[in-house]
Design a binder for this molecule. Structure first.
Ligand code: SF4
Length: 405
């Protein structure tokens, strides 16, 4: 099955409104999801460890300028308890998420990561903003496996309009993503759909960039401004470009999720909480049927849950971790899918990641449409590296077109 899709085709699908045509897109995304990452739905236990943030993003309720929000930072024991709860529910990953909170000290966070890695079998994913390289390196060294940092939009002007720099520091999220990869993290990113001033071409560029960045995890949600922010209270307004504005609707998010599955067939793609917020009845299920393969049940203690107000009316604000777990299990089974076991890292990344004691070989460019084991279509030279101990993989790399792979 070909996974090649040009930017013009992405743009066409983003503008498509015909339900019968869109059904084709959903089916294509679902088939590729099934063939590349299977029917397992991986559950990542989300722990919102702090709602402090030093940034002023123009749409987010955690922005430092929002004085109407009571702030919290979980302590070490609370975080470890949440991680143990993730283990008890059978999850393979805990996601520690917060605002860009410099009250989260480098060494304190490193200690938490070390404790979780030492006391549980969990993969640790961090989502703590644009932290300096030394923090990221320290946390990787402590054992963190993955890092999430959404670039939100690939349009640099639009990005800057809604994400003011921190003091005089200018950040480049794409550069940080590359450095995260260099540090050995599995890297996740994503976008918001329907940002004021966002065009269809801009979203098509975002999706094409997912492919270029070779992301391991990709989260996509609708733009939902918090009412206590300049973009939520109407004090700031962005005119549309040439009369064009991507709507922040559920349908647009499904299109972006499905197209993302086409451009990054092996990535882990969540059906996000923001999607569940705009369609509480079955937004997550529809996401899973249109390309997604991950859920992130919330394990944040209830006393903090309502304070993590990035946007209003969040789904699953009052359910305990237990209730969330039971509800999601039923929803997954209702779709005829099953809950993934283990850490659920990106499969092909596992195969292609350079490791000590590895062999590698370049595969030359071949005629368009040539498939290699695993379903890749070769469109450019590809260097792959596999552990030398993995005989099956070694054989497939040394003889990529063998039917015995
Ligand atoms: S979007 Fe992230 S960095 Fe921006 S204010 Fe909200 S929590 Fe902070």
């Amino acid at each position: 099955m070909s996974v090649t899709i040009e930017k013009t085709e992405i743009l066409g699908w983003l503008r498509e409104e015909n339900p019968a045509r869109l059904k084709e897109l959903w089916q294509r995304a679902d088939e590729i999801r099934r063939s590349r990452v299977g029917d397992a739905v991986h559950l990542r236990g989300l722990v919102e460890i702090s709602n402090f943030c030093s940034r002023q993003c123009a749409y987010c309720g955690l922005r430092v300028g929002n004085e109407n929000l009571a702030r919290y930072r979980m302590d070490l024991n609370e975080i470890l308890e949440a991680a143990q709860q993730a283990v008890s529910f059978g999850y393979g990953t805990v996601v520690l998420q917060g605002g860009e909170d410099y009250g989260i000290a480098t060494l304190w966070m490193a200690e938490i990561i070390r404790r979780i890695k030492g006391e549980t079998p969990l993969a640790v994913t961090l989502s703590l903003g644009e932290r300096p390289d030394k923090d990221l390196a320290a946390w990787r060294k402590a054992g963190a496996d993955r890092y999430l940092l959404r670039f939100e939009t690939s349009d640099p002007n639009l990005f800057e309009e809604i994400h003011p720099p921190l003091g005089r520091r200018k950040f480049d999220r794409l550069a940080i993503l590359r450095r995260l990869r260099g540090l050995g993290f599995e890297v996740g990113s994503g976008i918001m759909v329907g940002i004021p001033g966002q065009t269809y071409a801009s979203v098509a560029n975002d999706i094409a960039l997912f492919r270029e960045l070779d992301l391991d995890m990709i989260g996509i949600g609708p733009f939902i401004p918090h009412p206590g922010t300049p973009l939520g209270n109407g004090l700031r307004f962005f005119p549309s470009v040439n009369g064009e504005q991507v709507p922040n609707t559920e349908l647009m998010v499904y299109k972006a999720v499905a197209l993302t599955r086409l451009v990054r067939p092996d990535a882990n793609i969540p059906a996000t909480s923001a999607l569940a917020t705009i369609n509480k009845a079955n937004g997550r299920e529809l996401g899973l049927q249109r390309g997604a393969n991950v859920f992130m049940p919330n394990l944040t203690p209830l006393k903090y849950r309502h304070l993590y107000q990035i946007y209003p009316n969040k789904a699953c604000i009052a359910e305990t971790g237990d209730a969330c777990n039971g509800c999601l299990s039923l929803r997954i089974k209702g779709l005829g899918r099953h809950i993934g076991r283990g850490q659920g890292g990106r499969k092909d990344r596992d195969l292609f990641a350079p490791e000590r004691g590895s062999v590698s070989r370049s595969i030359p460019q071949t005629q368009s449409g040539t498939m290699i084991p695993g379903g890749f279509e070769l469109t450019r030279p590809l260097r792959v590296t596999v552990p030398i101990s993995d005989e099956r993989s070694r054989r497939s790399i040394l003889n990529p077109f063998s039917s015995h792979a």
